[in-house]
Design a protein around this ligand. Structure first.
Ligand code: GLA
Length: 381
């Protein structure tokens, strides 16, 4: 018979074990974290590493919630960094950097015409920072904020949760907006981005991530030989300041038809008013299966390395941008970032939606829970 005296240490041991298990399941401090630099006012920011069992590695800094690097295998098993980024904070904060490399974008990703929109009969003005328009949340958007970081890894699945409170009136937008973005890496080389938000006043928002991909490896020449598929029968044509005209135009018979895998370079130089206005591809595509996270929204294949990127999203649109504004003026981890040396697939609501009642709404009301998901999944062929 077991005496109470003997039972006591056993119970204690069990308690300790279950506590340790809980601790491990929550992954407290299991993500490697290293100093990344200090902001002008002395705040230290960090770089977190998410790594899965097959060796895929994603580094994220809480400055701007930025994906700094993504290392994945090519078809021969060689790892390369497939996104553009900098090895320290100073790279991101330098004046030359207007590219939003890897950053979380908000409060409103993409453009708002003339920085003006109406909501509940009130006209709001947000900063103008792109010709006559407001771009990516204004002069001091979410990409320049320091996010609170929390390791939320679950066994085998590294995950980082970032939190930012955008105060009522910040950059001209109404309402205190409480934003959480969770980055999680799964065992099948999928990077999951979950965006959550709540507001205490009616507001507008459009959250995305601005990673620049080059599947050969960051710093390589161009992405013109990458093949792209976009699950979109229509796109939103733009005016000379890249604001949608409001039409949803068919891609059929145009250089915007990416329904079948096509080289980016195949038609980028074609005679097309829209390509001229965008200086290449810089357009929002209307996804055929909005809200369906199981459908491939975009696919990129790079023949030399064999790397494949698939994008899944709950969002209704995707901005396909062919790195037209990269000019070879910045040197990052992979080398010099030249014209068209990367592409972006920004999952999003349509640009300037607050001024287009016919577009899917970007209004969030108090009491509603905003949640969007995007997955960037890597493989080889
Ligand atoms: C988005 C825009 C582009 C450009 C980049 C950042 O993709 O649509 O026009 O501003 O961001 O350089």
């Amino acid at each position: 018979m077991i005496t109470p005296m003997l039972r006591t240490p056993c119970t204690a041991t069990l308690l300790v074990l279950s506590f340790l298990r809980l601790f491990a399941a929550q992954g407290a401090d299991s993500l490697p974290k290293q100093p990344f630099g200090k902001t002008a006012n002395g705040t230290e920011v960090f770089l977190y590493t998410l790594k899965n069992a097959s060796g895929m590695e994603v580094k994220i800094t809480n400055y701007g919630g930025t994906v700094e690097s993504i290392r994945v295998k090519d078809r021969k098993g060689k790892f390369d960094d497939v996104v553009l980024g900098f090895s320290n904070l100073a790279g991101y904060t330098q004046k030359l950097n207007t590219a939003y490399f890897g950053a979380l974008i908000g409060r409103y990703g993409n453009r708002i015409a003339r920085g003006t929109f109406k909501l509940d009969n009130h006209t709001y003005h947000v900063p103008i920072n792109d010709g006559p328009n407001s771009l990516h949340g204004g002069t001091n958007g979410f990409n320049k904020q320091i996010w609170d970081a929390k390791d939320v890894s679950a066994e085998g699945d590294p995950a980082l949760e970032l939190h930012y409170l955008s105060k009522d009136g910040e950059m001209g937008f109404p309402g205190n907006l409480d934003v959480t973005v969770r980055y999680a890496l799964d065992a099948k080389n999928g990077l999951h981005l979950d965006y959550f938000a709540k507001t205490d006043k009616n507001t507008v928002l459009n959250l995305t991530n601005h990673s620049y991909f080059n599947l050969i490896g960051s710093g390589s020449a161009t992405v013109l030989t990458h093949k792209v598929m976009l699950d979109a029968d229509r796109f939103t044509p733009v005016d000379s300041t890249l604001i949608p005209t409001g039409k949803l135009e068919s891609v059929s018979g145009t250089p915007f038809d990416f329904r079948k895998l096509t080289d980016i370079g195949a038609r980028i130089g074609a005679r097309s008013e829209q390509l001229k206005l965008g200086k290449g591809y810089d357009h929002n595509f209307v996804l055929n299966h909005p809200g369906d996270i199981d459908k491939v929204a975009a696919r990129v294949e790079e023949p030399k390395s064999g790397r494949v990127l698939e994008v899944y999203t709950t969002q209704p649109g995707i901005q396909f941008y062919s790195g037209n504004f990269l000019e070879g003026t910045m040197r990052g981890i992979g080398g010099i970032y030249r014209h068209r040396s990367a592409l972006c697939l920004e999952t999003q609501h349509f640009p300037d939606s607050p001024n287009h009642p016919s577009f899917p709404t970007t209004v969030l009301h108090p009491g509603e829970e905003f949640h969007q998901t995007t997955i960037y999944r890597f493989s080889t062929k």
